[in-house]
Design a protein around this ligand. Structure first.
Ligand code: SF4
Length: 540
């Protein structure tokens, strides 16, 4: 039957106020939702990431149907019985001894495009309507499929974000450097967030200096648990499907408890605001063994699926500050992540794609060590962060930036392999947010397009911000020799390699001043140690 409009809802656009659904008429329009195996396979996705997308999509379909809106939902079937043992019990369960790394060129948008083409042929709509996709490659695929089917495509601007792609491009135009801080201040002014008249609340824009504490030596103390949601029947069905069809994918489903509906996402947000936001600020950079969540909000996956709107997240935090007198440093630090960084990163992504995906400023070419997929390393910090990532599909921003991210930068790993790993492993990862954060922020692969320096530190930083080093085979203060911390060795070798460039910038000149204090023999010993470690990254 020919439909007036076929309205495509993508898996990361699960909001009833999705602009593609505006003006939807159930009498003559039809929603289309597509599950595609290629989306799970083009990077080797964590089982929890696949399950979260599928479960949230299926719950959204139920919401649409409860409204009486017809939905052509093209579900994945469970597929054939896997040949090897099921990996549901294992943290990382690739049955083959050679875990797949990086991207699978045989997968990607291909089967999504095929399923879309099939739907277009069956429905023969007058127009295909969609909200602009979050990812560049999906936009290309959508446009190509509509063109091939001869169906006009109406892409509507994504109202989920507080700064449109065009508005960001206007802000960026003519700026030599893109700096989040200036963008953030404009967003605060424009959206009247944490403002006191024309001035920032509390007399300053940014309270970062108050927000960098490590936990005391006795540990973090009691922290209220975040809201978690035991799988309902629909989610359990998805978990069974993922265990069967994606049995060789990394990660565990045993602790899956992510919000999969808007109602759950709102509950999780409320719980964070009431129980955890007050202490989020000072401890947001702190890490501790066995503490995957810290004081963090865990709302990124709900935001990135569009179960939550950033406006309501920001408003909830600001309301709590105004009505309950929560510490401004915590509230501002959290709001900056949502209103500032998240919007900024999305703007940069659309400005710099597709080139950003290939950026490699330092020409780093080493492959990703296999233990990124298993956690099987003697480096306690990496074992801990990769381990909790495999268990939950989650690590907080400092774990991602200063543990797994900075190691990859210092060790000279190819940025594309690193970016693919992040995209695969985190439940909140979609390319528009993951790629600029990894390539731009963590790896400096775009040469400082929006950061003034590479974010690097020696193992001493990890020692200061966590208890990881206590259980480690290496020593954080040691630069070379037996037991030298690989993070520390690679850090000093990085400074040595890039001494001239780092000395030329006022932001990094202090780092290399310390390097100049080392005698030539020590510098050579660091180079030798870094070379030896680099030759056997898999064995660290
Ligand atoms: Fe990580 Fe180095 Fe500390 Fe070990 S000693 S936990 S490798 S920073």
């Amino acid at each position: 039957m020919s439909r007036r409009r076929l309205v495509l809802v993508l898996g990361d656009q699960l909001a009833l106020d999705n602009p593609a659904l505006e003006g939807f008429d159930p009498a003559c329009d039809q929603v289309l939702m597509i599950e595609a195996a290629g989306e799970a396979g083009w990077v080797w996705s964590h089982q929890a990431r696949i399950a979260l997308f599928l479960s949230a999509m299926r719950h959204f379909r139920v919401e649409l149907e409860a409204r009486g809106w017809p939905c052509d939902y093209r579900a994945l079937d469970a597929g054939p019985e896997p040949a090897g043992p099921a990996s549901g019990e294992a943290l990382a369960g690739p049955p083959d001894p050679e875990p797949r790394t990086g991207r699978d060129p045989a997968q990607g948008t291909g089967d999504f495009a095929d399923r879309l083409a099939q739907a277009l042929a069956e429905h023969r709509p007058q127009v295909l309507v969609a909200c602009e996709p979050g990812e560049w490659r999906m936009q290309q695929a959508l446009q190509a499929a509509a063109r091939a089917a001869g169906v006009p495509l109406e892409l509507r601007a994504d109202t989920h974000f507080l700064c449109s792609r065009d508005a960001f491009a206007r802000w960026a135009q003519g700026r030599r450097e893109l700096r989040m801080e200036y963008f953030y201040r404009e967003m605060r002014r424009q959206h009247r967030v944490l403002m006191d008249g024309d001035a920032p609340a509390g007399g300053q824009w940014n309270f970062d200096a108050d927000n960098r504490k490590g936990f005391p030596a006795r540990g973090p103390g009691p922290i209220p648990e975040p809201a978690r949601f035991p799988p309902d029947a629909l989610t359990r069905e998805v978990l069974a499907l993922v265990r069967r069809r994606f049995a060789d994918h990394p990660g565990s489903l045993d602790d899956f408890a992510w919000p999969v509906t808007r109602a759950q996402a709102l509950e999780a947000l409320q719980h964070f605001i009431e129980a955890r936001l007050s202490s989020f600020g000072p401890w947001q950079d702190a890490m501790w063994t066995g503490l995957p969540w810290g004081w963090h909000a865990l709302v990124a996956s709900s935001l990135n699926l569009h179960l939550l709107h950033p406006r309501e997240v920001v408003a909830a935090a600001e309301d709590a500050w105004r009505s309950r007198d929560l510490p401004l440093a915590s509230v501002e630090g959290f709001i900056r992540q949502v209103l500032g960084w998240r919007e900024f990163i999305r703007g940069v992504y659309w400005l710099d794609m597709p080139g950003l995906a290939e950026a490699n400023f330092y020409d780093h070419q080493r492959p990703l060590p296999a233990w990124y997929w298993t956690g099987d390393t003697r480096m306690a910090c990496m074992r801990e962060v990769v381990g909790q990532t495999l268990r939950h599909g989650y690590a907080h921003h400092i774990q991602r930036l200063m543990v797994t991210g900075q190691f990859a930068l210092l060790a000279g790993i190819r940025p594309q392999a690193v970016a693919d790993w992040y995209l695969a492993m985190y439940v909140d990862a979609v390319e528009w947010v993951e790629l600029p954060n990894v390539a731009g922020m963590a790896l400096f692969a775009n040469g400082g397009r929006f950061t003034s320096k590479p974010y690097i530190a020696s193992g001493q930083y990890i020692h200061r911000m966590s208890n990881y080093c206590k259980g480690c085979a290496y020593r954080p203060e040691q630069r070379h020799g037996q037991g030298a911390c690989p993070v520390t060795t690679f850090y000093w070798a990085f400074l040595d390699r890039h001494e001239a460039a780092l000395a030329a910038s006022p932001r990094t000149v202090m780092m290399v001043r310390n390097l100049a204090r080392l005698d030539p023999q020590e510098r050579q010993a660091i180079r030798d140690q870094a070379g030896a470690y680099g030759d056997r990254l898999d064995a660290l």
